[in-house]
Write a new protein. Structure first.
Length: 216
């Protein structure tokens, strides 16, 4: 990730819109995090750290983000990592929350391999991503759209349980998401939250990620 994009994210999250979206997403994350569970935040988590309460919350900053300021929240539970070789034991986290990472990553599939390795069986993966087609066009080097992220999830057999479109005045779940609905939603939302689980589901409960690959 380029330094200009780190500073662009910092500027965005200090804006009224960015602060509003971070607050909405933090409320959702708080409802999904338990103090008894070990949770890892990977990516640009600075705007969310002071809103999440858990003694078992760890923060991994990809090496490309190192120009960002070292967080004052949980400084001793923070580490700079190579996303292709995470310094954690296999199956050690109950939840992994990936924030503003996959959009910019050159190694999204390799990173997902590592995330999958570190996540417990039946663990949860939550992805928070910028909408490539909306106001974030001014941030350069956004490599991966929601389509590519779906493709990565599908390759590792993650079951996508919930999709939320997030805007200044909305936090809306896309009911029974389909490629057409997701394509339409991309016109309106500012950010998206993907809530997935690494487990074997009955066929009817798994969101059909294959169909999403037809999106532009």
């Amino acid at each position: 990730m380029k330094y200009s994009n780190v500073t662009s994210l910092e500027d965005f999250y200090t804006s009224r819109l960015g602060s509003c979206l971070a607050e909405k997403i933090s409320q959702y994350l708080s409802s999904r995090i338990s103090c008894e569970e070990s949770t890892l935040i990977l990516g640009y988590g600075d705007p969310y750290l002071n809103k999440l309460e858990s003694e078992n919350l760890f923060y991994a900053i990809p090496a490309g983000y190192k120009t960002s300021r070292w967080p004052s929240i949980r400084p001793f539970q923070t580490v700079v990592v190579d996303e292709k070789n995470l310094p954690f034991l296999s199956y050690c986290f109950d939840k992994i929350i990936v924030i503003n990472f996959f959009e910019f990553s050159k190694h999204s599939r390799q990173a997902l391999n590592e995330i999958s390795r570190c996540l417990k069986i039946n663990g949860d993966l939550i992805i928070i991503a910028l909408n490539k087609n909306m106001l974030f066009r001014k941030i350069r080097h956004i490599r991966n759209s929601i389509t590519e992220i779906f493709s990565c999830l599908n390759s590792k057999n993650f079951a996508l349980r919930h999709v939320f479109e997030v805007g200044e005045k909305s936090f809306h779940e896309i009911e029974e998401p389909s490629p057409l609905l997701l394509k339409t939603a991309q016109i309106f939302y500012d950010m998206v939250v993907l809530d997935a689980s690494r487990e074997i589901f009955a066929e009817e409960t798994v969101f059909n990620l294959q169909g999403a690959l037809s999106l532009p």
